[in-house]
Design a protein around this ligand. Structure first.
Ligand SMILES: [Zn+2]
Ligand SMILES: [Zn+2]
Length: 256
């Protein structure tokens, strides 16, 4: 973190008052009538821009779920892709066929062919390497990790930071710690894929302890978090565990 970033990211504004996260794609069921499939995507509204974070694996499932949730593809202004895996990027092409008037924020490490295809659809691209302000109160952690490079989204709200992860390949604790270091604020909520499907109980409990140490208030693990980890988070977070899945709507205004 250099001096320049500290100045740019000083909280000159109070943070988003009423942020809404709508999970439009997930392998965990939540709302009846929505299709579930391996992958993750959520729509983020209430900040300066309307953002689609990841696109799930299948474009028709993404668009059908968005329609059922009364979320309009044309309302999306920015698309942020966490990492290259198909269960996060597979729906992009179908989405861009509906709305190509967006800017797509993608990790710089993405293949040139992928970037060219996005531009070929008429969308603008921003290649993310370092931590970055995406729009007012919305930030990228920058691409983290070695093997699979991944960016996560951070939104500053009036109640603290919201961290949204795709698969958390770089490690969920590392991501949350990075968010806290970058924005120097409390963590209200961490949600998305925590990549704990195959983790042992001991490992998950260490992660939960690290969350508590970092001051994470609410946790909403979905996608690749796994049932075992989800029930452990539920046990340890109690009423501050958010059960998430396809169709779940989280409003920060509802969080204490
Ligand atoms: Zn992945
Ligand atoms: Zn994934």
């Amino acid at each position: 973190m250099n001096e320049e970033n500290e100045v740019i990211w000083a909280p000159e504004v109070n943070g988003v008052n009423d942020l809404t996260i709508t999970v439009v794609y997930d392998n965990n069921p939540y709302k009846q009538g929505l299709e579930t499939a391996w992958g993750f995507a959520c729509l983020i509204t209430g900040a300066e821009k309307t953002i689609l974070f990841d696109t799930g694996g299948d474009g028709s499932i993404l668009l059908n779920n968005m329609e059922k949730l009364a979320t309009e593809p044309n309302s999306v202004e920015l698309v942020v892709l966490s990492h290259i895996h198909g269960d996060h990027t597979g729906g992009l092409k179908s989405f861009l066929e509906k709305n190509s008037g967006v800017t797509v924020y993608l990790p710089k490490s993405f293949p040139i062919k992928f970037k060219d295809e996005v531009k070929g659809c008429g969308a603008k691209t921003v290649e993310v390497e370092q931590p970055l302000e995406i729009c007012e109160n919305v930030y990228s952690t920058g691409q983290l990790g070695k093997l699979i490079k991944e960016q996560s989204l951070i939104v500053r709200t009036n109640k603290g930071l919201v961290v949204i992860t795709g698969c958390a390949h770089p490690g969920i604790v590392k991501i949350v710690g990075t968010a806290k270091d970058l924005l120097k604020d409390d963590i209200l909520l961490v949600m998305g894929g925590f990549h704990l499907e195959w983790a042992t109980k001991g490992k998950v409990e260490k992660i939960i302890a690290a969350f508590k140490k970092l001051g994470v208030c609410y946790a909403g693990p979905c996608h690749c978090s796994g049932e075992k980890a989800r029930s452990l988070f539920e046990k340890h977070f109690g009423k501050n565990y958010i059960k998430s899945g396809a169709g779940k709507v989280i409003r920060t205004a509802d969080l204490e």
